[in-house]
Design a protein around this ligand. Structure first.
Ligand code: 5GP
Length: 219
């Protein structure tokens, strides 16, 4: 997946796949929304899922809500870049929009779990930057799950018991952010993206840029 776009300084670079993972309730959805609002050149990957829509969610914006046969057809048709089963439901990343965004020189933000992150890393290691968000404490995680008030008590209990399992994958990620405070966590995630955009190996236009600078200096 080597595609080119122009960085804010005008030098061509490859788009990157920016992955945020965390146990549910660690604040990842808020951080994703802030990133999309405040970081130009970043596009959200909208996943397909078989889970029921929650109040307030919009089909096509939060997820593409599909039934099981449609999801199976997407898997069979190789329409998904990665997919996994989470909480008895299927989730997957449609390939087309991601490839289109990267070709247009945009970076893509993924809110996916560790299983999906592993699959992306296998497919495009050099272009994947992964961040794991941790809650500051178990009590904080529980409070956030309850304040969301969208899931039943039973679902919340399930999510709490899954959180420790999900967290066991933290060491597979490039960066770890502890979400004590959303503004601080956002600033940290934003710094990671900004620095990764400047990485030399992603900036395919640098050779030409430096040559032209040298030409001007010598001429
Ligand atoms: P939720 O049901 O709370 O929206 O999401 C449950 C979990 O599924 C979250 O950890 C979320 O990151 C993960 N998830 C959402 N979309 C995808 C996807 O396309 N692929 C994978 N592997 N996980 C996803």
């Amino acid at each position: 997946m080597t595609t080119g776009g122009h960085g804010t300084d005008g030098v061509e670079r490859r788009g990157l796949m920016f992955v945020l993972s965390s146990p549910s309730g660690a604040g990842k959805t808020t951080l994703s929304r802030l990133l999309i609002e405040r970081m130009p050149g970043l596009k959200m990957s909208v996943s397909a899922t078989t889970r029921p829509m929650r109040p307030g969610e919009v089909d096509g914006r939060d997820y593409l809500f599909v039934d099981k046969p449609r999801f199976e057809a997407m898997v069979k048709g190789d329409e998904l870049l990665e997919w996994a089963t989470v909480f008895d439901n299927r989730y997957g990343t449609p390939r087309g929009p991601v490839e289109a965004a990267l070709s247009a020189g945009q970076d893509v933000l993924f809110d996916i779990d560790w299983q999906g992150t592993q699959q992306l890393r296998e497919k495009a290691r050099a272009d994947v930057v992964s961040v794991f968000i941790l809650p500051p404490s178990a009590a904080d995680l529980e409070k956030r799950l309850h304040s969301r008030a969208q899931d039943s008590d039973e679902v919340i209990r399930k999510r709490m018991s899954r959180a420790s399992h999900e967290m066991s994958h933290w060491a597979e990620y490039d960066y770890i952010v502890i979400n004590h405070d959303v503004d601080q966590a956002f600033a940290e995630v934003q710094s990671i993206l900004k620095a990764e955009r400047l990485k030399r190996e992603r900036r395919i236009g640098l050779v030409g840029f430096v040559r032209s600078l040298q030409g001007q200096l010598q001429g």
